[in-house]
Design a binder for this molecule. Structure first.
Ligand SMILES: [Zn+2]
Length: 83
């Protein structure tokens, strides 16, 4: 597959059990995009995608750096309501 951040050659490492996509890229490293963030992430401009990945790397302490929906949403997500 193509890396969504740098458009280089990348591998899809997503486990069947995981919500989202895990990408292994020679340039960007291994990272994860949450399932509900993927669509918005792909709509971002290239530099915003790179920035979101950079932010994810800085805030992740274990496992894959993960890009969450809140990081790529066009505006801050409203508080989640309890139903
Ligand atoms: Zn890449």
């Amino acid at each position: 597959m193509q890396c969504p951040v740098c458009h280089g050659q990348a591998q899809n490492l997503t486990p069947n059990t995981l919500d989202g996509v895990v990408i292994s890229c020679a340039l960007c490293g291994d990272y994860r995009i949450a399932g509900n963030a993927f669509h918005d992430f792909m709509r971002l401009k290239a530099e915003k995608r790179a920035a979101a990945l950079q932010a994810a790397k800085q805030t992740s302490h274990s496992g894959w750096p993960t890009i969450y929906a809140a990081a790529v949403a066009p505006r801050p997500a409203p508080p989640r309501r309890v139903q």
